[in-house]
Ligand binder design. Structure first.
Ligand code: AMP
Length: 465
């Protein structure tokens, strides 16, 4: 569908045109009219399929049609789980709203609060915030939320899980009861879906893809390998396949640091992004990776949600995540905006439980490829049937794992990663892929390195970034 068929303002169509988008994505086709109709919405769309524009474009339209002449007041509040995502959404608001007179700003932890307070004094129509910093600002009377007409929870399932829900409840008590709510996420477990629905007023549910699936544009596989040689295998693959622009996920911050050390020692340019780094270091590491100054970015799940790295060819899971949803979000950093990507997981025998949970969650078995010279001594057990055990049990167990992580580690990774406040803010089936376990041996698996991609794709990277 053309954007012009959605009844958007000429200023917005011009901004979309500048970005080079020719057609709407499925989530945009459904969500833009729904947001314009001012209903509560609960939308799930696979990651990387244009969901930011799906809510930002119509919200900009509604705001500009309903202009206050006075000082801008916060009328749209967008809450995100990480600082990086808040900054990214702010960039999108500026891009899509460049021909309109709508004020917007992002606030998040880890940076000086004073400039944020000064800017809030001038006023803003759209406020994008991580929860803890927002509550700090409210407490310091730097922001008033009494005029919020629309509350958006991006990555809504994360915002409603055990780690964030107390903050979200506090924020909900600060905005008018008459506000409308828009919930967007790539994954919704059954429990979170039920909780979300109870918070909404006759929501319109939009599902543009089978629930909790990975996108077809991501080619997924695993390399079974012994735990102690994972770093060597990764270094071997990076060198042998000339990998550039790889986002590598580790489970822990220390694991990320250790891996960067090993990569650096092997002469591979890499950096880490995690919650123990200052916000300046996080921002610099992400920018250097996006600008192709660093080949490998090693990240904890801080970078799993929402972060858009245009034309990222490859995601590697150095460790599998403990929570199956996180696998979907991690690999969703590649294969975005319809472009092909690959996801490779290095899986050791002790990770079989995580692998089985992930396979059940994404409803497919992942192809297994052993790499010559790195065949595991400790064999990875077989996958299980995808239908057992019952999904309710899985969800309960996953929620338990997640809440335990959050509660046990208050002040540590999950929360520090999120947005920088130690207590509060720190707070598909693939078409070509098999449904049954497959084993094979590989000599090469080679997503095209960035420097070998076509001229036209390089051109569109510049246009879309
Ligand atoms: P998002 O899911 O919002 O993070 O968007 C993922 C990527 O898709 C971003 O790089 C957007 O710039 C890009 N994008 C969003 N909408 C479109 C569209 N209609 N056509 C092409 N690319 C798009």
């Amino acid at each position: 569908m053309q954007f012009s068929q959605l009844g958007l303002l000429p200023e917005l169509l011009r901004a979309v045109d500048d970005k080079g988008y020719s057609k709407t994505t499925p989530i945009q086709e459904k969500a833009i009219p729904a947001v314009l109709s001012k209903r509560d919405i609960m939308a799930s769309a696979q990651t990387g399929t244009g969901k930011t524009a799906a809510f930002v474009l119509p919200l900009l339209q509604l705001l500009s049609q309903d202009r206050d002449n006075d000082k801008p007041r916060v009328r749209v509040l967008i809450i995100t789980p990480t600082r990086e995502l808040a900054a990214q959404i702010q960039d999108s608001v500026l891009t899509y709203g460049r021909y309109l007179e709508i004020k917007s700003m992002a606030v998040f932890g880890g940076v000086n609060i004073k400039p944020q307070i000064r800017q809030l004094r001038i006023g803003t129509d759209i406020l994008i915030a991580t929860p803890g910093r927002l509550l700090d600002l409210v407490q310091q009377k730097a922001v008033h939320l009494g005029h919020v007409g629309t509350l958006v929870l991006d990555e809504a399932d994360r915002m409603l899980d055990m780690g964030f829900i107390p903050d979200i409840k506090r924020i909900q008590a600060l905005v008018p009861k008459t506000k409308r709510s828009l919930l967007f996420s790539a994954t919704f477990s059954n429990d979170i879906r039920a909780l979300a629905k109870s918070m909404l007023n006759q929501p319109l549910e939009i599902d543009v893809a089978p629930r909790n699936t990975t996108i077809e544009t991501v080619n997924q596989k695993i390399h079974p390998v012994d735990k102690k040689v994972k770093s060597s295998l990764l270094i071997h693959l990076i060198k042998q396949q000339s990998w550039r622009q790889v986002l590598v996920f580790t489970r822990t911050k220390h694991g990320a640091n250790r891996l960067v050390k090993a990569l650096t020692k092997a002469g591979i340019s890499s950096d880490a992004i995690h919650g123990n780094k200052t916000q300046g270091a996080r921002t610099r590491a992400l920018a250097a990776f996006k600008n192709h100054q660093t080949d490998i970015l090693v990240a904890t799940d801080i970078a799993a949600r929402g972060i858009d790295i245009v034309q990222l060819p490859l995601v590697v899971n150095f460790d599998l995540p403990n929570v199956a949803e996180d696998y979907v979000h991690r690999i969703g950093r590649t294969g975005r905006a319809g472009i092909k990507g690959s996801a490779i997981s290095l899986v050791s025998a002790d990770e079989i439980k995580q692998l089985r949970d992930i396979e059940r969650f994404i409803k497919m078995h992942l192809q297994r490829d052993e790499v010559d010279g790195f065949e595991p001594i400790e064999q990875l057990s077989e996958s299980r049937s995808l239908s057992s055990p019952a999904p309710a049990r899985i969800n309960r167990r996953m929620n338990k794992t997640r809440s335990k992580q959050r509660v046990d580690k208050r002040g540590s990774q999950a929360q520090a990663d999120s947005s920088g406040r130690s207590s509060q803010d720190n707070r598909n089936q693939s078409s070509g892929q098999s449904r049954s376990t497959t084993h094979s041996r590989v000599r090469s698996f080679s997503p095209k390195p960035a420097n070998q991609r076509s001229r036209s794709s390089q051109g569109s990277r510049r246009q879309m970034s």
